[in-house]
Write a protein that binds this ligand. Structure first.
Ligand SMILES: NC(=O)c1ccc[n+]([C@@H]2O[C@H](COP(=O)([O-])OP(=O)(O)OC[C@H]3O[C@@H](n4cnc5c(N)ncnc54)[C@H](OP(=O)(O)O)[C@@H]3O)[C@@H](O)[C@H]2O)c1
Length: 250
């Protein structure tokens, strides 16, 4: 299902909503944090680098948007106890969670599976899949308290059509598509909608690492796509559920 990148954010359309974004410190996560806060949501900014999280926090406040919450957290090293603490912190500060956006991931390396570094494979699967599973599992109780909650899994075209040499990253995105579909079936009769989203190419560090030879300036900036994330967290998209979404300029 295609979702347009063109969306006009209305002031306060997400007022009162609490939305957790992983990897909120840069790239697409930063852009969506700014737009979600612009729409009035309280964004729980999860990331492993406190300095860059604070820089985005300052940008949000300087723009006059809703104040976010910083949550320093390393998705690679976190244990179930860390997720339990996050769950407790959300319940201690808010009644519910209205959105969970699994944005953070790492690209690993471009390499045939035959030669793929085993330690790196484990890291990619830990951050891109296992952490996503644990975060989801521990935050479902808070999402259940919301009258209209959304879970969004950031995916990729290589998680829908296999491409040689994309290694652990491609495999991790296939796993994300499976997780999204399985979860949406399990939560079918609840107030939680679950979708995966291929955002398409963007001018970020991940894209530059994957395509070092291309002219990066030709790629759309993440800010041109992040309004669609506000749409996907808003009442206007309440019927969108169990879909493999793709951002398009149409
Ligand atoms: N850019 C594209 O062209 C493109 C295309 C298709 C799909 N996507 C998907 O879109 C999403 C966002 O991509 P992007 O381009 O914005 O990527 P990016 O610029 O590389 O940013 C990745 C984010 O993930 C965070 N992260 C990585 N490892 C982490 C860990 N262990 N703990 C916590 N946070 C961690 C990074 O934090 P640090 O700063 O600490 O590293 C950063 O905030 C990804 O899921 C990606 O697969 C992107």
């Amino acid at each position: 299902m295609n979702i347009s990148t063109y969306y006009q954010i209305t002031t306060n359309e997400l007022k009162g909503k609490v939305i957790l974004v992983t990897g909120a410190n840069r790239g697409f996560g930063r852009a969506m944090t700014l737009d979600l806060a612009k729409a009035g949501a309280t964004v729980i900014m999860l990331g492993r680098d406190l300095g860059s999280l604070e820089a985005v926090y300052d940008e949000v406040l300087d723009a006059g948007h809703q104040e976010p919450i910083l949550y320093p957290f390393d998705l690679e090293g976190a244990t179930p106890e860390h997720y339990e603490q996050l769950q407790a912190a959300i319940f201690a500060n808010f009644n519910q969670l209205d959105g969970l956006i699994h944005n953070a991931s790492i690209i690993g390396t471009m390499m045939p599976i035959e030669q793929y570094d085993i330690k790196l494979w484990y890291s990619v699967i830990q951050i891109n899949v296992n952490a996503v599973f644990m975060l989801t599992q521990f935050l479902i109780p808070a999402l259940n308290k919301s009258a209209d909650a959304r879970v969004l899994f950031l995916s990729s075209s290589v998680g829908r059509n296999a491409r040689a040499y994309w290694g652990a990253y491609g495999v991790s995105k296939f796993a994300i598509e499976g997780m999204s579909k399985t979860l949406s079936e399990e939560l079918e009769k609840t107030n939680i909608s679950v979708n995966s989203l291929d955002p398409g190419r963007m001018q970020t560090e991940m894209r530059r690492t994957a395509y070092p030879a291309e002219n990066a300036d030709k790629n759309p900036i993440p800010e041109s796509k992040s309004p669609a994330i506000v749409y996907l967290m808003s009442e206007k998209s309440e019927k969108v559920n169990g879909e493999q979404l793709t951002l398009s300029n149409a």
